[in-house]
Design a protein around this ligand. Structure first.
Ligand code: DUR
Length: 133
């Protein structure tokens, strides 16, 4: 699958965003190493802090189906620059994506930025830290 096609899937996912509070729609699409696509949108809540971002929705969908090998993830929002994932998503991506996962940040007008996990969250807290290694 081409990068542009994965971004189109993220745009489709964005249309399903449940955003009555911010009205800010975000979409994500994951391509697994087996070639399957998972979609995710942001899902808000009247108790604002339990909102789930698009990136985490897509990753949790893939993991909960047993698909943990993530080839690529694309994220799209209507932002001036390619949408920057929030801090919580960076932490989750640093653990649930792999070192070689391709990460594409994009926006509705078509800008695209490829970024690595290490660039997204340098010095992330890892499972190794938790286990004292
Ligand atoms: O990368 C991002 C940034 C923000 N949001 C969501 C959270 C909230 O629903 C809305 C405004 O912050 O956008 C995402 O889904 N992904």
């Amino acid at each position: 699958m081409k990068i542009e096609e994965l971004i189109v899937e993220a745009k489709k996912a964005r249309e399903l965003a449940y955003v009555p509070y911010s009205t800010f729609k975000v979409g994500a699409a994951i391509l697994t190493k087996d070639g399957k696509v998972y979609h995710g949108c942001n899902i808000e809540n009247a108790a604002y802090s339990v909102t789930n971002c698009a990136e985490r929705t897509a990753l949790f969908k893939a993991y909960s189906e047993g698909d943990t090998k993530i080839a690529a993830i694309a994220v799209v929002a209507d932002t001036e620059r390619p949408v920057p994932p929030c801090g919580a998503c960076r932490q989750v991506m640093s653990e649930l994506c792999q070192k070689d996962t391709k990460i594409y940040l994009s926006n509705i007008k078509g800008d695209m930025q490829e970024i690595t996990l290490e660039e997204l969250l340098p010095g992330a807290f890892t499972p190794e830290d938790l286990h004292g290694k």
